[in-house]
Design a protein around this ligand. Structure first.
Ligand code: ATP
Ligand code: MG
Length: 413
């Protein structure tokens, strides 16, 4: 062997046992989305960079520092760092704004961010998300949050908490910006370099900082007191109050978090995150909010929108590992000249609904039966020279001709 080849830092191989958990989550999500009237949309992993510059915002970390960006034949491309911008582009490009409202969409797939890899943080990770377009009122936010809650509780995720905040309009934030700066003037030198930069560029982004010493300052009294005073417009406050009242009535517990601002620029009104105490530092599973100007920003007609995305790696790490399920039937084939007969038997059994593994070792039949027994398999098909093909049930040692076995109702697993 030469030099060992390795996967890029911050990426993962998902092997069959864990892939089984992914499939289970994907299947649950798929059928729940279907029940709630959300249709799947698949957009490219690759987009022109301009989409993210305009959509996600040039002052965000995601666009500024974290994008995998490259040029090819003088075009500027980026691997998508998140899903919403691409879905909105596709929504406009395919004329979905001309279809009945609300338009309800979901997506899943890999996202790429050049971040420092650590537990719960990778450079290629996967999101599952929904977007709902066309409804400006609080019903849309309520439905979208209720669907996130339904999914996470259906999957049995432990210790969930929903945090929600009202970040008002861009004008509200503009007007509030200086108050936030003023309240932080005395603390400025204690902030991390990034926050000092954000202080000038985009002070709201400071609140999203992961640095514990910055967080201590933001969660301290003067800042919390300032943020707790209503600073968003009256419509936004009323909208927020209606959403949270509905959540309470639906039995979904929530907490106001005045420091919650989200890392992307396109949000307005209610924003939210669902966290779990079981994840350590990277404890946010799902995040989202309302983005009423994004469709217009990306060249479409004025269309309100609201959605969320959840991190599948973080979610799956919270689920109990599932034991591999052995196949129902094992086909033992005495020698190569009987291979096609063995494969035909396997096909008949699969058509009936059984899961079937074929032993290709052509060892002595007894050895093949031992191998099946070791793996906890119930039925072994014996394909031997000059013998009718029979099925041996290992638990009872009973032998049944294959034709009879196929006529029996499928045995319980
Ligand atoms: P964080 O604050 O943890 O960096 P974020 O605000 O950047 O998250 P979003 O852009 O809102 O994340 O993405 C939604 C979800 O995607 C997150 O809540 C998280 O579960 C997941 N996620 C985001 N970045 C990563 C990453 N680098 N690796 C794994 N999962 C991620
Ligand atoms: Mg992030």
């Amino acid at each position: 062997m030469g030099n060992n080849l390795q996967r890029p830092k911050g990426t993962q191989d998902i092997l069959p046992d864990v892939a089984q958990q992914w499939q289970q989550v994907e299947n649950t999500a798929n059928s729940l989305f279907n029940q709630w009237g959300y249709g799947e949309i698949r957009t490219p992993n690759l987009e022109y960079t301009e989409l993210f510059l305009r959509g996600v915002g040039e002052t965000t970390d995601v666009v500024n520092k974290e994008m995998y960006r490259f040029e090819k034949s003088k075009r500027d491309y980026s691997l998508r760092p998140e899903g919403t911008a691409g879905v909105v582009r596709a929504f406009i490009e395919n004329g979905l704004h001309r279809t009945p409202k609300p338009v309800r969409l979901w997506y899943t797939g890999p996202m790429f961010r050049y971040e420092r890899p650590q537990a719960g943080r990778q450079r290629q990770f996967h999101q599952l998300g929904i977007e709902q377009f066309g409804i400006a009122g609080p019903s849309a936010d309520t439905e979208v949050i209720a669907l996130a809650w339904a999914l996470l509780t259906t999957l049995g995720l432990p210790d969930l908490a929903l945090e929600i905040n009202d970040i008002g309009s861009a004008a509200d934030r503009e007007a509030f910006r200086n108050q936030l700066r003023n309240a932080l003037t005395d603390h400025k030198t204690a902030l991390c370099d990034t926050c000092q930069h954000r202080y000038t560029e985009n002070p709201f982004r400071m609140l999203d900082c992961k640095n514990p010493s910055c967080q201590t300052i933001y969660s301290g009294q003067p800042i919390q007191a300032l943020l707790a005073k209503p600073w968003t417009n009256a419509d936004s406050q009323a909208h927020f109050a209606t959403v949270t009242k509905a959540l309470t009535e639906l039995g979904i517990p929530w907490q106001r978090n005045h420091t919650l601002v989200r890392g992307l620029d396109y949000y307005n009104g209610p924003v939210f995150e669902i966290t779990t105490t079981k994840l350590g530092a990277q404890n946010t599973v799902c995040g989202g909010g309302r983005y009423d100007s994004l469709v217009e920003t990306l060249g479409g007609p004025e269309t309100p929108g609201v959605g969320w995305a959840l991190g599948l790696e973080r979610l799956i790490s919270l689920l109990p590992a599932s034991a591999p399920v052995p196949p129902d039937v094992w086909v033992a084939i005495a020698n190569t000249s009987l291979l096609t007969q063995g494969m035909q038997a396997a096909t008949q059994l699969r058509n009936k609904g059984y899961t079937v593994d074929t032993d290709l070792s052509h060892k002595k039949i007894g050895k093949q039966i031992d191998a099946a027994a070791k793996r906890g398999i119930k039925h072994v098909v014996l394909v031997e020279p000059e013998r009718e093909i029979t099925v041996k049930t290992l638990t009872t040692s009973q032998q049944t001709p294959l034709t009879d076995f196929l006529n029996q109702p499928i045995a319980g697993r």
